[in-house]
Design a protein around this ligand. Structure first.
Ligand code: ADP
Ligand code: MG
Ligand code: ZN
Length: 181
């Protein structure tokens, strides 16, 4: 009992990983057992740590699929999951199972892809969540609140791992300004 699902969503650079780290470190201070997972397909950083865009890091485990989270989560009170949009259909059910067993599940991920489409399992997770936090980045064109991840390079696949060289945060107006690159 006492389990829950918290979703942290927003565009790239909106501070999702930082916010996940903040919640997890507070749990650690409270001497609660914590485990953080990220998809093995995200090979941008160290496999054994979460790294935010301002280079803070915290230990994590890279897993191939959501089912592995269930296996490795045994006995853990707080589970953090980053880059949730890269997991497949089973993630929402895994989070639901954990929460129903009394685990506090904190999930962070991109709510929209670079085309502004809802990304992967994020809509399901947001629907099932006890609480949803939508974070915003700073628009790189005008400085207002940004909710889109604008792709700077000509590549049409939904998943393109990248950083500042490939994406910039943009507000609705600046995102729509030049839809084509
Ligand atoms: P996310 O996980 O949402 O991609 P991170 O938590 O990794 O974001 O990084 C957030 C940090 O990125 C901010 O604290 C800031 O230092 C940096 N940053 C770089 N570009 C931007 C931007 N356009 N808007 C906001 N923060 C940015
Ligand atoms: Mg992140
Ligand atoms: Zn703007």
């Amino acid at each position: 009992v006492g389990g829950s699902i918290e979703v942290i969503c927003g565009s790239m650079f909106s501070g999702k990983t930082e916010e996940l780290m903040r919640r997890v470190s507070r749990a650690r201070i409270a001497k609660v057992s914590v485990e953080i997972f990220s998809p093995a397909s995200d090979i941008r950083y160290d496999k054994s740590a979460l790294v935010s865009h301002n280079a803070k890091s915290i230990p994590s485990k890279a897993v191939e699929d959501a089912a592995s989270i269930l296996k490795l989560a045994d006995g853990t009170e707080v589970i953090g999951i980053d880059e949730a949009q890269f997991f497949y259909d089973e993630l929402p059910q895994v989070c639901q199972t954990l929460a129903n067993k009394g685990v506090r599940v904190i999930v962070a991920g991109l709510d929209m892809d670079y085309k502004g489409r809802p990304f992967g399992v994020m809509p399901q997770l947001m629907a099932l969540a006890d609480a949803v936090t939508k974070l915003h980045a700073v628009c790189m064109k005008c400085g207002r609140q940004a909710m889109y991840s604008y792709r700077l390079v000509p590549n049409e696949s939904q998943i393109l791992l990248g950083e500042k060289e490939s994406y910039e945060a943009r507000c609705r107006e600046c995102y729509n300004l030049d839809g084509k690159i």
